[in-house]
Write a protein of this length. Structure first.
Length: 323
């Protein structure tokens, strides 16, 4: 499904993680919409460099956006928000969407925001691709039980197989990211957190570290311009994937990672701008804790959720004492 560069990725298929579902929007955005370049490289130049390399994300089947259970009771998000409420926009690729072993149901006041309303958070979260399980209700329960927050609202727009090229300026998912942020703010749901987990697709695609840095920096700038100064932007580290050419998920040698990309994700942290490093799932979730070679088992999702907690409890949130 990839074009012949690099050669060893010729045999990638749509597959379990949707790594082949990568695209770059052909149309160039106006210069006024593009943040400044990094290291002398502009987002537009990066988009041009990788244009036409792969197919767009399918909008049917497992890759479709999960609409939520039929008949799910809905609530007014604005009535939930306020005071000690965590409002988190989540985006990235499949491990930020609904690909976990399913079966988790939040036991605390944790909600999913989708289509202008909120519903109780459980597997799977509406608004993201996939229809299995999610790590985020687990994090929400921990945040409430710990005493950090009284309630949590997640707006999850993660897309399986998505690339930083798609989320960045000029990419097909960039309007979704920006419009979701604008919509949350307009509805009185100013995010307290923006959580990003992505990188496996770009490792497989062969995106150069410096190009990933350009796009990630541009995305952070766009977010920072739209959210309150108190909103934390947290960039997880992720690049590990099962090489489809090898394809044996029980063989550790078949897994690939890109330390250069995780180094860029780490370097993106800037506490002065409230940009922080999130969990490194290349290390946190080893190959044997991925249910199909790519996606987290329930046990790994629990560990992933726990790893975010120190970032929520840094000491300057709504309460500084964990129960």
């Amino acid at each position: 499904m990839f074009t012949p560069w690099p050669r060893r990725l010729r045999r990638l298929t749509l597959g379990v993680a949707g790594l082949a579902a990568l695209a770059v929007l052909a149309a160039e955005p106006s210069s006024s919409e593009l943040p400044a370049g990094y290291g002398g490289i502009s987002p537009a130049a990066v988009q041009t460099k990788y244009a036409g390399l792969a197919q767009a994300i399918p909008q049917t089947g497992e890759m479709a956006v999960f609409p939520g259970p039929a008949g799910e009771p809905v609530e007014d998000c604005a009535a939930i928000a306020g005071g000690r409420t965590m409002v988190a926009l989540v985006f990235g690729q499949s491990n930020a969407s609904n690909t976990v072993d399913p079966g988790y149901d939040s036991g605390q006041p944790v909600y999913a925001s989708f289509g202008g309303t909120c519903q109780k958070a459980h597997d799977a979260l509406p608004g993201a691709t996939g229809s299995k399980g999610s790590s985020w209700p687990r994090l929400g329960d921990r945040a409430v039980v710990s005493g950090l927050y009284d309630s949590v609202i997640f707006a999850d727009i993660a897309r399986g197989g998505s690339s930083i090229l798609q989320w960045g300026p000029g990419g097909e998912l960039n309007p979704l990211l920006l419009s979701t942020l604008d919509d949350l703010v307009a509805r009185g749901l100013m995010p307290t957190h923006v959580l990003f987990h992505q990188g496996e697709a770009d490792c497989a695609l062969g995106v150069a570290s410096e190009d990933y840095a350009v796009m990630l920096g541009a995305v952070i700038d766009q977010i920072r311009a739209r959210v309150a100064a108190s909103c934390d932007i947290v960039i997880a580290r992720a690049s590990l994937y099962l090489d489809p050419v090898c394809a044996n998920r029980g063989e550790p040698a078949c897994y690939r990672s890109c330390p250069g990309l995780t180094a860029v994700q780490t370097k993106a942290a800037d506490p002065a701008r409230r940009v922080f490093s999130g969990p490194n799932t290349d290390l946190l979730v080893p190959w044997f804790d991925r249910n199909d070679g790519y996606h987290f088992t329930a046990r790994a999702a629990d560990r992933f959720a726990a790893a975010w907690m120190p970032l929520l409890a840094r000491g300057d949130g709504p309460t500084q004492t964990l129960q």
